[in-house]
Design a protein around this ligand. Structure first.
Ligand SMILES: Nc1ncnc2c1ncn2[C@@H]1O[C@H](COP(=O)(O)OP(=O)(O)O)[C@@H](O)[C@H]1O
Ligand SMILES: [Mg+2]
Length: 258
């Protein structure tokens, strides 16, 4: 049984940072020999940068899907082979790294119907995810496109906010979308990021108005800011950094995988 952890929230609140710190904790402090798949499911993919992995646009699902659709329009692929060819290409997109596998969704381009492509993608990704113990996905707020078809059930939905009302409004919208499109969410919690102690009362109130439990407070970290400015991999963040310790606590106490 695989566990799917999806990280979502308003742009800029720190979804990618939180995803990266979770990955650091799972790979460095978690049980060894668990198969881990990391998915960058945000069309503005930048998780690769934050993890220090070179991003090759051609190695993304969006690229493969767009190219495949063009080929279908030119009818250069026989009817029988269609699904098999696409399946093979999708699996080639998965990068096998020493501690985890990595899949970048990216956006699709051009107009028109991706129905066939999406249907195949959805099947092959479902099969793919079954091969892993833990799947960690950095998602955009709308859970659009592939995400809706791919993530049929989310075990842990981590909704990242900062102290702003707007980021809590987005949390509410994400929950509405998830409900509308029928994604089953087994557990949901808020992680307040870039936290400063004097925000506590206000964010606690905002969370209780939405009715979602706060799973953790991740402090504002100068080290993170610096790492991001210098494009250094967050995997190298010191293990005693308070923000990292807070993320570890969420994985330990609320998600239970450390
Ligand atoms: N805990 C934190 N402390 C300091 N800066 C942070 C923290 N989390 C995120 N940031 C900063 O916020 C910016 C946006 O983070 P990012 O993870 O890219 O957001 P998102 O993926 O939600 O759009 C980054 O430039 C990063 O430096
Ligand atoms: Mg991001």
């Amino acid at each position: 049984m695989s566990i799917l952890i999806a990280v979502s929230g308003k742009g800029g609140v720190g979804k990618t940072v939180i995803t990266a710190l979770m990955l650091k904790a799972i790979t460095e402090e978690g049980i060894e020999d668990r198969a881990i798949l990391v998915i960058d499911a945000d069309p503005d993919a930048n998780l690769a940068d934050v993890l220090g992995i070179p991003l090759d646009v051609k190695k993304t699902l969006g690229y493969v899907a767009t190219e495949f659709k063009k080929e279908l329009e030119k009818a250069s692929i026989s009817e029988v082979d269609k699904a098999t060819v696409l399946q093979t290409r999708v699996l080639e997109v998965v990068q096998e790294l020493p501690k985890f596998d990595f899949l970048v969704m990216w956006r699709t381009e051009g107009e028109g119907c991706y129905c066939f492509v999406n249907a195949v993608l959805s099947n092959v990704l479902e099969w793919l995810m079954d091969q892993y113990d833990i799947i960690l996905a950095d998602c955009e707020a709308g859970l659009e496109h592939f995400n809706r078809r791919v993530f049929k059930a989310i075990d842990y939905l981590v909704l990242v906010t900062d102290q702003s009302k707007a980021s809590f409004d987005t949390v509410k919208r994400v929950l509405d979308v998830v409900h509308e499109v029928g994604i089953r969410v087994r557990n949901v919690g808020i992680v307040v990021n870039k936290f400063r102690e004097h925000y506590r009362e206000r964010v606690t109130k905002l969370a209780s108005e939405i009715g979602v439990e706060i799973w953790g407070f991740v402090p504002y970290s100068e080290a993170i800011e610096e790492f991001m400015s210098e494009a250094r991999s967050l995997m190298e963040l010191p293990r005693d950094e308070a923000a990292y310790v807070a993320v570890k606590e969420v994985l330990k106490k609320k998600i239970g995988i450390l």
